[in-house]
Ligand binder design. Structure first.
Ligand code: SF4
Length: 290
């Protein structure tokens, strides 16, 4: 931060980021300057004090392990379990992802979810970078009851980690740097893809779509299979909102590689682009097993 504040770009907003400073100075020189800066800082115990407190934040299961009842499963349960439930490393426990469309949760849902969490997992829930909520330490035997309770408050959507689990930054809704409506596009794509989700070829059912309202990447477009970020183009003297299409980023393996920018498309045509690209991928991918 201090190195960037001293030497970073201030005038050209498009280049006011650390990566441009690193490119200008070279990585080695940048690291040298950061390390030099650190030697000037007076030591503060708070830098590492939290490490001693880590054991206090350890999580323990609230419920004893029991097997899943063989009772009849409610409608939609199997799909939800398939998409939203993962096996936890500790035997008998499950990790449940609650998919939040556009990352939104109402105050009513939050209060009810607090009660549900208290009942099944104690006092810890986690938020995720994919704008969902995760409950850990769910006893496998409680899954059907949990599903029923989540369903009553509208939080049992079965699409966690699927093509409809779209990540979007605030964009022009609330961010003053926003160029395009990332949330608007995410809502549009969700509406288009949700009814088709189960009919889609398996190869694209779980691809990730992520959208940023500008090049700043808060919506993580650079690590999506299909990423979009807002920009604009001038057409006949008018500014027309566009999204840059970014393909092939990797969200798993600790975001192993970034996607490639392919070209800017007018915002209103992006839903058609998503359909065309998924269709093209289904028909032309070289490794049919992936
Ligand atoms: S990516 Fe851009 S529009 Fe979206 S939150 Fe970040 S700065 Fe704002």
């Amino acid at each position: 931060g201090r190195v960037f504040a001293r030497l970073g770009e201030k005038k050209n907003r498009a280049k006011a980021r650390v990566k441009f400073l690193v490119a200008k100075l070279g990585l080695e020189e940048f690291i040298r300057l950061v390390e030099e800066e650190r030697t000037k800082l007076p030591h503060d115990d708070n830098w590492t004090a939290y490490i001693d407190k880590l054991p206090e934040w350890g999580e323990k299961p609230k419920k004893e392990v029991s097997p899943l009842k063989k009772a009849e499963r409610p409608e939609g349960y199997d799909l939800w379990e398939n998409n939203n439930v993962q096996t936890q490393r500790q035997v008998g426990y499950r990790v449940v992802t609650i998919m939040l469309p556009l990352g939104d949760l109402s105050s009513h849902q939050m209060r009810s979810l607090a009660d549900i969490s208290e009942k099944y997992v104690g006092d810890t829930v986690r938020t995720t970078v994919e704008q969902n909520i995760v409950l850990r330490w769910i006893n496998a035997g409680d899954l059907i009851d949990l599903y029923d309770e989540l369903k009553k408050i509208g939080l049992a959507d079965p699409g966690a980690g699927s093509i409809v689990d779209i990540t979007a930054c605030p964009g022009t809704d609330t961010c003053k740097l926003g160029i395009a409506s990332s949330r608007g596009l995410a809502a549009e794509l969700r509406e288009m893809l949700t009814p088709k989700q189960l009919e889609l070829d398996e190869a694209v059912q779980n691809i990730r779509i992520k959208i940023s309202g500008c090049f700043n990447s808060c919506g993580q477009h650079h690590i999506a299979d299909l990423g979009f970020y807002g920009n604009s183009r001038t057409f006949k003297g008018y500014k027309v909102p566009h999204f840059q299409v970014v393909l092939g980023g990797q969200w798993n393996n600790n975001a192993d590689s970034f996607g490639m920018a392919m070209g800017a498309i007018p915002s209103k045509n992006i839903p058609k682009v998503v359909l065309k690209l998924t269709e093209h991928y289904i028909n032309n991918r070289t490794n049919k097993k992936q």
